[in-house]
Design a protein around this ligand. Structure first.
Ligand SMILES: Cc1ncc(COP(=O)(O)O)c(C=O)c1O
Length: 454
């Protein structure tokens, strides 16, 4: 068994080189399409998160728990559209709803009864009083932040170091910051994630570490009269998976109430995946506003935010919350079918059982082979983090072993397991996955661990 970190990384780097060569040999059509796509799209992709090294895999089809790339390679899909496909691909119930709507009109820019029913189902799940639909997670957090600032009458937004909440400017600070910024990198600082964000606007987004109540207390004592809203993912899912420490979310709730700060849960990833009512249900802590997107749409683009009626009613008193395609018939029908016919109590039981089978199976294999890693198990979401103890915040994430992850990614993809590219992501299981899919994934991990130890 290889024991030192250096030896493990050296072995991983060698495996990576061999697996990249195998990857290139089996994805020649992807390479050809990449060369063509690059001449019309930056990075040759439709969103920069899809970029790949040496090039992305281009998919052609998805059925159930499987996807097929344009070379004809078949994969069990644990990427699942960056967590937007908890229903799995081409689910018959969702497909039927889409086809029916396509035949009777997909967009009127007026509100349909289906949209009202969709809103009612989301309200029920997340214990919300009112909802406004959007078209993406970015729009949901953008509108919720604006509403929070307007309702509290205070302009500064508080966010967590290392969290991603979409690509509007207010939340594009300290997403993946280098630690030598600010005052020597000792404490979190507002670092823009993109060029083109006016540097002056950094003063409107302050940063605190996750899972650190004393730091939050200090920030609110010092700046509580300027901070209008706090946005966080109740479980961080932009750096693998980071669970809130026991009592953390409760204390955040209490401090936000005390300082008149609107508390926004970004449940774009956790909502309708880790439980029917997302993290709000799972942890039993009620924020003022919840942001949703991804899996609520059953594979059609949609988003929503909602919460306390007295806050949401600010939309009737001067807060803009707009969108031509908000709650359009197609997304409303697909989302409603997903939530009421597919992601049912039985569906969640299936996801829970498979998630635990995968997380415990992976952990057993990693431990048996002496690979320093932890796994997390949260409904259909879970992860392997190549670090010997669980993450508590972004700074811990800096210690995750990149070599072990990268070699692992090419290894599993070359053996028919489609995973999110990047150690910051996690798996998503769909209701159409089977025990055989899970077991195959564990088997491939075991082969990888054996190769590391050779
Ligand atoms: C937690 C979180 N919030 C917001 C977003 C933005 O969602 P979208 O890509 O739909 O704009 C994402 C996307 O990955 C996310 O993970």
């Amino acid at each position: 068994m290889v024991t030192s970190h250096e030896a493990i990384d050296a072995r991983a780097d060698a495996i990576r080189a061999q697996e990249v060569a195998a990857f290139e040999a089996r994805t020649r059509a992807s390479k050809t399409l990449y060369d063509r796509a690059e001449t019309s799209m930056p990075f040759g992709v439709t969103s920069s998160f899809q970029a790949g090294d040496p090039y992305p895999i281009y998919l052609a089809e998805g059925h159930g728990s499987h996807v097929v790339d344009i070379d004809g390679n078949d994969y069990i899909d644990f990427h699942n559209g960056f967590g937007s496909m908890a229903v799995g691909h081409a689910h018959p119930k969702v497909t039927e709803a889409i086809i029916k709507t396509a035949r009777s009109g997909t967009q009127f820019a007026t509100t349909t009864e289906t949209a009202v029913r969709f809103a009612e189902e989301l309200k029920r799940r997340f214990n919300l009083e009112k909802i406004r639909f959007t078209n993406s997670g970015t729009e949901s957090t953008m509108d919720a932040v604006r509403l929070g600032r307007a309702a509290s009458g205070k302009d500064i937004l508080l966010k967590i170091e290392g969290s991603y909440h979409g690509h509007h400017d207010a939340v594009m600070f300290s997403v993946v910051p280098s630690l030598d910024s600010g005052d020597g990198g000792e404490r979190p600082w507002s670092v823009p994630f993109s060029k083109g964000i006016p540097p002056d606007t950094a003063k409107y987004t302050k940063i605190v570490p996750f899972n650190d109540i004393p730091a939050l207390e200090q920030m609110l004592t010092d700046h509580g009269d300027e901070i209008g809203a706090m946005i966080l993912e109740p479980v961080m899912m932009n750096i693998g998976i980071v669970l809130p420490k026991p009592g953390y979310l409760e204390a955040v709730r209490e401090l936000c109430t005390k300082h008149n700060v609107v508390l926004i849960f970004d449940e774009v990833k956790t909502g309708v995946t880790i439980a029917a009512g997302g993290a709000t249900e799972y942890f039993g802590v009620q924020p003022d506003l919840v942001c949703l997107a991804k899996s609520i749409g059953g594979g059609i683009p949609t988003g929503a935010f909602g919460g306390r009626a007295d806050l949401m009613d600010e939309i009737e008193h001067g807060v803009a919350a707009l969108g031509t395609f908000n709650g359009n018939p197609l997304s409303a029908a697909a989302g409603l079918a997903a939530l009421t016919e597919v992601l049912t109590p039985d569906g969640y039981e299936h996801l829970r059982a498979l998630g635990t089978r995968l997380a415990t199976g992976c952990k057993e294999v990693l431990d048996r082979h002496g690979i320093p890693a932890v796994t997390t198990d949260l409904g259909c979401k879970g992860s392997i983090t190549f670090r010997d103890k669980p993450l508590e915040n972004y700074r811990d994430f800096k210690e995750v072993d990149g070599s072990l992850f990268e070699a692992y990614w090419y290894w599993v993809v070359n053996r028919g397991i489609y995973q999110t590219p990047g150690k910051e992501e996690q798996w998503t299981i769909s209701v159409q996955h089977s025990e055989a899919d899970i077991d195959r994934s564990i088997e491939v991990l075991a082969e990888y661990c054996e190769a590391i130890n050779k």
